[in-house]
Design a protein around this ligand. Structure first.
Ligand code: SAH
Length: 347
């Protein structure tokens, strides 16, 4: 059966035409699905006979809310979604002054192996489909009742490792008959997969590129991010400069501050030197303590920020939301997996 919701509107129209339906059906059904319909039976402007026919042709796979945690501190909502094959992924809804932002996953698990990250501990299970990415936005909005204006691709997975799907997701979420979220309201975060950065640069999309840098020197970066052994930080900065030259868009560098690893003054100096020549912005992230990881949060965040600013580099410290609900990357999925394992292993 065909995954209807992953189709563009043009593809839907063509597919329905092949079933003998008029062209306007594509737009009709696209609109229903993007408004959050979970079955053909909800599509009240289609005949009963057509709805039955569609059920036999197309598969709809809406996710189920497996868990939901609401922060008492700031209203951040974390969803653990169960997908149609039983796998779980996370999304987080954050309420900011500039609007509601949802952070979504792009893969089930991750194969990038960053040493400080909970999402990659058990590796990658599979890529998400475009529909599964889109549904995180649609059903977070539907369940919470909060209109979503911004999207960040900073959940579980490496977007550049599933880039064709991500590009299609962007097209879908951007569509005027769908959620109609503008590219300038979307951020894509990568651990530094250079061919993906170059491909995005060629497309010239108006989204914000975030690069998870976490260290300006090759030795430290290879130690905490295996991806650096394939795409070295020197070449990564070249790619970032190319990206800026082609798109004119400012890059945001993510930098999780790890005690004694990447928080030294010489690293701030080196980072500033490498960014020079393009309008980069550094986002300092207080490290989230992940149980499985030997790394601890740095106590030098403010000093590091000052040092960067002394070189004329703008750096902000990310405000931490949802501190009471495991709201950071991959933590809720890890917890659910652990509990499931314990349940199975128990005598
Ligand atoms: N794979 C992409 C998308 C994940 S985004 C990427 O690497 O950019 C999630 C962001 O949170 C990344 O910047 C990631 O490096 C960061 N992160 C992961 N674990 C973290 C932790 N324990 N503390 C702080 N930030 C973390």
């Amino acid at each position: 059966m065909t995954d209807l919701k992953s189709m563009t509107q043009e593809e839907m129209t063509a597919s329905l035409k092949a079933l003998g339906e008029p062209a306007f059906r594509g737009k009709q059904i696209f609109t229903w699905l993007h408004r959050g319909a979970t079955s053909f039976d909800e599509m009240s402007n289609l005949s009963k006979a057509l709805r039955e026919k569609l059920k036999g042709e197309y598969l709809l796979t809406p996710p189920r809310v497996a868990r939901k945690q609401v922060s008492r501190l700031d209203g951040t909502i974390k969803y653990l979604w169960e997908l149609s094959d039983g796998n779980c992924i996370e999304s987080v809804l954050m309420q900011y002054h500039h609007g509601n932002t949802v952070c979504i996953s792009s893969q089930v698990g991750c194969r990038m192996g960053c040493a400080f990250c909970a999402s990659t501990v058990a590796g990658k299970v599979r890529d998400l489909t475009p529909a599964e990415m889109l549904d995180q936005v649609i059903f977070t909005q539907k369940d919470s009742g909060l209109p979503i204006s911004n999207i960040v691709l900073m959940g579980i997975g490496e977007p550049m490792d599933n880039l064709n799907t991500v590009l299609r997701f962007l097209e879908l979420v951007n569509h005027t008959d769908g959620l109609n979220i503008g590219m300038r309201h979307i951020s894509l975060s990568t651990c530094g997969v250079i061919p993906g950065i170059d491909r995005l640069a060629d497309l010239g999309l108006q989204l914000t590129l975030s690069v998870s840098l976490h260290a300006p020197d090759s030795e430290t970066r290879s130690r905490i991010m295996p991806v650096n052994r394939a795409y070295d930080v020197e070449k990564l900065f070249d790619a970032c400069h190319r990206y800026f030259q082609k798109t004119g868009r400012r890059i945001s560098f993510e930098y999780a501050m790890i005690d004694g690893v990447n928080d030294q003054d010489w690293q701030a100096d080196l980072l500033a030197k490498k960014i020079r020549g393009m309008p980069g912005h550094v986002n300092l992230i207080p490290l989230n303590d992940v149980v499985e990881s030997p790394f601890k949060p740095s106590k030098r965040v403010a000093a590091f920020q000052k040092r960067l600013e002394s070189h004329g580099i703008t750096a902000t410290v990310r405000r931490s939301l949802g501190g009471d609900i495991d709201a950071s990357c991959g933590q809720l999925r890890r917890k659910a997996m652990e509990e499931q394992k314990k349940g199975v292993d128990a005598p």
